[in-house]
Design a protein around this ligand. Structure first.
Ligand code: RIB
Ligand code: CA
Length: 308
């Protein structure tokens, strides 16, 4: 039985790698891909979703829709320093065969998410790998409809580890903490894939030499380009470590035994100040399955299998 998924993303480099893994996994049927402002502005995110689908060429053309271009509250932040101006690390997508590898959905992403929940009650896993604005808008619009989702798998947060935007907050949550609070309190079953676990796996120059380069497929070559790996100097051009945050969230859906979870009660800090966007463990709060451990080797095997 394949798992029906909808992926809400802010295509950046790791989101792009997550899309490749998802569409190349026989375990998943990706029904829709929705874009949200995050790593880069919404227009660039949506262009990147179309670029990646032209590259992946999924036989079952997913529905795609544009979502929020700013958070519910607070300043809009981006991460061009990590993902480049184009959000794909400057990687050039070869396949522009003029075909359309998607079905355009004419309304807002939040409506597409709700339509999928209504059409496939208790079957849809919504994988959210960007800020949670679209999910919060859908919950505001039709909370009962959103409860027809089977579960949410969310890449985000830093629970017992340091944040990557402030010492306390991770990018997807920090970008829209009000949205995150609404989603956490929705009552929908949630699996959280925070930095606590995504920082346990990263690509090294040695891995790129031994596992990526020899593949020499369009997707392994995209990985080399998008992560800025320099095959001459055997180094990543602008960073020492390349994390696979979003691919790990997808992998947790494909193969849940890859991750070790603990059920924790969590809350999101939405007050301005030092702890804005921080996720804290509380005595009484929404119970969320938090991934705190991963079988890194088995995950990387699954990840590299998606590049073939
Ligand atoms: O903090 C990592 C997350 O923020 C990833 O989803 C990355 O793509 C960015 O959105
Ligand atoms: Ca992302």
């Amino acid at each position: 039985m394949t798992k029906k998924v909808v992926i809400d993303c802010d295509v950046g480099v790791d989101d792009a790698l997550a899309l490749i893994l998802a569409f190349h996994s026989p375990e998943l049927e990706v029904k829709a891909v929705t874009g949200v402002n995050g790593n880069v502005p919404l227009d660039t995110v949506f262009t990147n979703i179309q670029k990646m689908l032209s590259f992946i060429q999924p036989a079952c053309k997913p529905l795609i829709a544009r979502g929020a271009n700013q958070p519910l509250k607070g300043e809009t932040i981006h991460a061009h320093s990590v993902h480049g101006q184009d959000g794909l690390g400057g990687a050039k997508i070869q396949c522009e065969d003029g075909k359309t590898w998607w079905q355009n959905y004419p309304r807002h992403a939040s409506e597409l998410i709700l339509e999928m929940a209504h059409q496939h009650p208790d079957e849809i896993t919504l994988v959210a790998v960007g800020p949670l604005t679209n999910l919060a808008l859908a919950l505001k619009q039709d909370p009962a409809g959103m409860k027809k989702l089977k579960e949410l798998v969310i890449m985000g947060g830093a629970v017992r580890t340091r944040g990557n935007v402030t010492p306390y907050a991770e990018f997807n949550i920090y970008s829209d903490p009000v949205a995150a609070k609404i989603v956490f309190e929705s009552g929908i079953p949630i699996t959280l894939v925070p930095l606590d676990v995504t920082h346990q796996v990263f690509l090294t120059p040695r891995w790129m030499e031994e596992k990526a380069k020899p593949l020499n497929t369009p997707f392994s070559n995209f990985l080399i380009e998008a992560t800025g790996y320099d095959i001459e100097t055997h180094r990543f051009r602008n960073r020492d470590t390349i994390f696979l945050h979003d691919p790990l969230a997808v992998a947790a859906v494909i193969e849940p035994t890859l991750v070790k979870m603990e059920r924790l009660s969590l809350q999101v800090e939405i007050q301005d100040g030092e702890y804005y966007g921080k996720i804290s463990e509380v005595k009484k709060g929404p119970e969320i399955d938090v991934c705190l451990g991963v079988d890194a080797e088995r995950f990387l095997e699954l990840f590299v299998s998606g590049l073939r």
